[in-house]
Design a protein around this ligand. Structure first.
Ligand SMILES: Cc1cc2nc3c(=O)[nH]c(=O)nc-3n(C[C@H](O)[C@H](O)[C@H](O)COP(=O)(O)O)c2cc1C
Length: 346
């Protein structure tokens, strides 16, 4: 791979140079005025770190336990649609990079690669789904994900309807190019379905899903502490604090600002994950100090993929891991599990 990028931000610059404008905008953009997109990243600049010194702890352990997986450091790859739009190797390249880094790849319901080809890489894969209006089709997808060896289901709950993505409308970005399709949206009769959203979903739909699968359920898109409490009561194995990277409801606060209240509501009963705006090792450290068990990244994976396929995604994961280790050392902390709010000033 021919990239001199030293940071995630520089990989974004490379992705911008390589991708058609409409594809870059599809990745980068969000809902309405994109206040939430910007808030997710700028929040981390507002949060200060006050390090502790002379505490030893040079041998750090970053291993983190999540439902259905133990990961090498507290970062997972959040689900993003259409990865073959960005690079021909798409989801397989991403899964290979995740496996090399020892972490989980979450496969989107709108992946452009069959789930079986993704799990065949040997990566720990979670399958993300939006519960479809045709519940029988959702049951079919769940059974397929189970058979393929997925370790958890990530149920996205912030998609009652589709967010207002004005960049996509301006660019006329509506259809996948010929040759690409949502490979996991094929039903039992071999018919390709469209991904749909269901604004009538309730907690009882989640209960039914929980009762029909042995896989742990991770609820993605929780922002309100009361919903976090309900998620635990309804048997979620983890909650993922997410505003969909600012792509659904604009003006939702930055996820890191929402995290502390969710952590208090969950009260240690299940792991709390967070995604949105993670671009640096210090961002991971701050989220962990505020109670996240691990974080997820969405856009950085696509930037790495666009810049250099599997190696590009590997670079993203290596950079973030190295930055996290350096930040932990400079904070005088032996591992993410030992972090407390003590190092945070805001
Ligand atoms: C291009 C793109 C496609 C996405 N597709 C999905 C998806 O299919 N399912 C889903 O639950 N979230 C999807 N997301 C949201 C991500 O999982 C994640 O919540 C978000 O990207 C995190 O913010 P970050 O991009 O700032 O890291 C998508 C995000 C992007 C940027």
């Amino acid at each position: 791979m021919n990239t001199g990028a030293v940071s995630v931000a520089e990989l974004r610059d490379e992705a911008r140079q390589r991708l058609p404008k409409a594809v870059f905008d599809y990745i980068d953009g969000g809902a309405d005025d994109e206040h939430t997109v910007r808030a997710n990243t700028s929040a981390y600049a507002r949060i200060g770190l006050v390090p502790r010194v002379l505490r030893g702890g040079g041998t750090r352990s970053l291993t983190t336990r999540l439902p259905g997986a133990e990961i090498a450091f507290p970062l997972v790859l959040s689900p993003t649609a259409f990865q073959r739009l960005v690079h021909p190797d798409g989801e397989v390249a991403t899964a290979q990079a995740a496996a090399k880094a020892g972490t989980v790849m979450v496969c989107s319901i709108a992946a452009t690669t069959p789930i079986e080809d993704i799990t065949a890489t040997g990566a720990d894969v979670w399958f993300q789904l939006d519960i479809q209006p045709d519940r029988a089709f959702t049951a079919h997808q769940v059974a397929r994900a189970e058979r393929a060896g997925c370790r958890a289901l990530v149920v996205t709950v912030d998609t009652a309807v589709f967010g207002n993505r004005e960049r996509d409308r301006r660019n006329g970005f509506t259809e996948l190019p010929d040759g690409l399709r949502c490979e996991n949206m094929v039903d039992a009769d071999g018919v390709l379905r469209r991904v749909e959203f269901d604004a009538d979903l309730t907690w009882s739909d989640l209960d039914r899903l929980r009762d029909r699968t042995g896989l742990p359920l991770v609820l993605k898109g929780i922002t309100h502490p009361e919903d976090a409490r309900l998620a635990v009561e309804h048997g979620a194995a983890a909650v993922l604090v997410s505003n969909h990277g600012g792509r659904q409801l604009d003006t939702v606060p930055a996820t890191v600002d929402l995290l502390p209240a969710v952590v208090r509501a969950v009260d240690g009963r299940v792991p709390v994950l967070l995604d949105g705006g993670i671009r640096r090792g210090t961002d991971i450290l701050k989220a962990c100090a505020l109670g996240a068990t691990a974080v997820g990244i969405g856009r950085p994976v696509l930037w790495g993929l666009a810049a250099g396929g599997r190696e590009g995604v590997e670079l993203v994961l290596e950079r973030l891991r190295a930055e996290l280790e350096r930040a932990l050392a400079l904070c005088g902390c032996a591992g993410p599990g030992q972090l407390t709010e003590d190092v945070i000033r805001w």
